[in-house]
Write a protein that binds this ligand. Structure first.
Ligand code: MG
Length: 400
């Protein structure tokens, strides 16, 4: 075989033209990067975004950050990293089925929880309390700060220099829409080449998918983890119609379903049911709204990606159960309270005497307010690093 017969892959733009639906975001329509860069010879714009996120320090730290249970609970419940990977693969499945930009979807999903501090939502609330009067703390905004300012891997620019669409997806997820760091990403381009119009500027479908996948992934895996670590007895879930129906469906499919595979089978059924429903309902929305371009997605009065009303109702029942029985379980509350206590103590101690900060953060004290620098240091910490740091500062006779 001569070398001429070797497979020649299409370039990134040709591949998009050949595989994407008309309402998918295309690289050629991107608003680009803040710091202009030459294209890579074979990796597309969003592929590079994905790769940069995976290679970042903040991404690796997700391995030791709490999703719901702190990392020491055991070795097989979800961490922020495995949650992120589950959200990413569910998002990619949906993107591929709808003909959306899978590379962009993947980058948005890998980024979506990058700004979370240690100890889950309790950690986020603690830092927000510490930062009262200093613009507060919110994980979406902090993710933008990480990828625009704090990562320092590239000679040519600060942060990761990600494309506009990935940053915009993160910003649109924030509830703090009046913060200047968020607001800058909420403006349609001018002239509105992507169809921007006041009052109707929706996230891209690729971003809407990740939002939906995040929610359905954590509902399913939080039940799974709660059962696995013994927070709830499995029989109590019979009171949840969504679970009960998933059990019936699974038993119909696998009449000999044994106890060993039972839990994983029901969790899988819940995910598959929601993904299939989401695909059907979203396709219906796309048809009804005659969506034939990104401009139509942008101008739509509401989001287009979603579950059917029936599954929304069932899912809400499961969420009520999780809220009452898992997120407020006394063992989860203890982990949360301890995490908050650790972050509060560290914050106030570093602020009292910033000379205790490591060199890199001490240098930054000349550039920004000490509260923000201490907050950056704390927000970067994993669960176990925060606990170790607490011991180093407050426990006599430990190494500093
Ligand atoms: Mg998430």
């Amino acid at each position: 075989m001569s070398a001429d017969n070797l497979f020649q892959p299409p370039d990134a733009l040709e591949r998009e033209d050949a595989t994407l639906a008309p309402y998918a975001m295309r690289t050629r329509d991107s608003r680009g990067r803040r710091h202009p860069e030459a294209p890579h010879p074979y990796r597309g714009l969003y592929q590079r975004d994905r790769d940069r996120i995976v290679h970042s320090t903040a991404f690796r730290r997700l391995m030791h950050k709490t999703q719901v249970l702190v990392s020491q609970t055991n070795d097989h419940h979800r961490t922020r990293l495995t949650h992120t990977l589950e959200v990413t693969q569910i998002s990619r499945t949906i993107a591929r089925q709808l003909g959306l930009n899978e590379d962009l979807t993947e980058a948005i999903a890998l980024l979506h929880d990058l700004g979370h501090p240690a100890f889950g939502h309790a950690g986020e609330e603690a830092l927000d309390e510490c930062m009262a009067g200093h613009q507060g703390f919110e994980h979406n905004r902090h993710a933008l700060r990480i990828v625009q300012t704090l990562e320092y891997r590239y000679a040519g620019f600060p942060g990761l220099n990600l494309s506009w669409e990935v940053l915009e997806a993160q910003a649109m997820h924030s509830k703090r829409r009046d913060d200047p760091e968020i607001k800058v990403f909420l403006t349609p381009p001018s002239p509105p080449s992507q169809g921007g119009a006041p009052g109707g500027w929706q996230p891209l479908l690729e971003a809407q998918i990740v939002d939906a996948a995040d929610s359905l992934a954590y509902n399913a895996h939080d039940v799974d983890d709660a059962l696995s670590v013994g927070l709830i007895p499995i029989a109590d879930l019979d009171a949840v119609p969504f679970w009960k129906e998933a059990v019936e469906r699974s038993r119909a499919k696998y009449p000999n379903l044994g106890p060993r595979q039972f839990q994983a089978t029901i969790i899988r059924a819940l995910i598959d049911w929601q993904v299939t429903d989401l695909l059907e309902h979203t396709r219906r929305n796309l048809r009804e709204h005659r969506v034939g371009a990104v401009a139509h997605v942008r101008r739509c009065p509401q989001g287009l990606v979603g579950l059917s009303p029936e599954v929304v109702r069932l899912k809400a029942g499961l969420e009520d159960f999780l809220r009452e029985r898992v997120y407020r379980h006394y063992r989860v509350m203890r982990m949360a309270a301890k995490g908050r206590r650790i972050l509060h103590a560290l914050f106030h101690e570093f602020l009292r005497l910033p000379d205790q900060l490591p060199e890199r953060y001490r240098e930054l004290l000349t550039v920004e307010a000490p509260q923000r620098i201490v907050c950056d240091y704390l927000a970067g910490m994993t669960d176990r690093f925060a606990q170790d740091e607490f011991l180093r500062l407050f426990q006599p006779y430990t190494l500093v």
